[in-house]
Ligand binder design. Structure first.
Ligand code: SAH
Ligand code: DHB
Ligand code: MG
Length: 221
């Protein structure tokens, strides 16, 4: 088994059926030029977010963790013209790059990039009545994933689709020796999901250009 093959297969999928256009390519180029970490979702995973949001008929979407807005653009493109996506980003440089990429994608009307720590911003989003959201993508600091899941459910309605990125982390989730805050936070999130009767959930492992990882897919009852 060779990790380079995982990347080659992702590249094959990307150039055949994913249809990553110049706007998405230039968003990645702008991220690199600004020195952002290259931890965006892969193109096939971005397309999956688009397809899930489309399949759910999402009009409103919430993203926690924008980085340079690559996943943001995929999700926003799935929303109808009157759709609205709010994405939360704690890093000022990341938020600035994300706004620029979203603008270049022609999505500024649909997308609002809010700067701040998500746990500070989420109560304001609730107070402003921006929910319920039809689609939620959780992809920020993994140590807070249990808190983000609580907020995602709180800002949801029956039928809301919730996706959580990076839930495998090269197997760390089941590695008893892995006790970093991210992995601990991830396990707390799984324990919470296990006890949350309002969620129907699964987790899928993936290999690809970003190595061995996976995502949670959940629907609110
Ligand atoms: N969703 C993006 C990748 C996000 S990377 C994509 O796939 O294109 C994770 C992002 O979460 C980083 O930009 C990081 O700055 C941000 N982040 C970390 N802690 C945060 C917090 N407490 N609140 C909001 N954003 C946070
Ligand atoms: C990291 C974060 C991500 O959201 C991701 O998809 C991959 C890596 C990280 O913090 O290392
Ligand atoms: Mg991620």
């Amino acid at each position: 088994m060779d990790e380079r093959q995982w990347g080659a297969v992702d590249a094959y999928f990307t150039r055949t059926i994913v249809w990553q256009d110049g706007v998405l390519e230039s968003a990645l180029a702008a991220n690199a030029a600004a020195g952002l970490p290259q931890i965006d979702v892969s193109p096939p995973h971005g397309k999956l977010l688009y397809l899930l949001a489309r399949a759910a008929g999402a009009v409103t979407a919430l993203e926690i963790g924008a980085l340079g807005g690559y996943s943001t653009i995929w999700i926003a493109r799935a929303l109808p013209p009157d759709g609205r996506l709010v994405t939360l980003e704690a890093d000022e440089t990341h938020a600035t790059v994300a706004r620029r990429n979203v603008a270049r994608a022609g999505l500024s009307e649909k997308v609002e990039v809010r700067l701040g720590a998500a746990l500070d911003l989420l109560p304001k989003i609730e107070a402003e009545g921006l929910g319920p959201f039809d689609f939620v993508f959780i992809d920020a600091d993994k140590s807070n994933n249990a808190n983000y899941l609580t907020w995602a459910v709180r800002l949801s309605r029956p039928g809301t689709v919730i996706v959580v990125d990076n839930v495998v982390r090269e197997g760390a989730i089941v590695d008893a020796a892995a006790s970093d805050p991210g992995t601990v936070g991830l396990r707390r999130m799984f324990e919470m999901m296990a006890r949350e009767p309002r969620l129907k959930a699964t987790a899928i492992q993936t290999v690809g250009s970003k190595g061995w990882d996976g995502f949670v897919l959940a629907i609110v009852e």
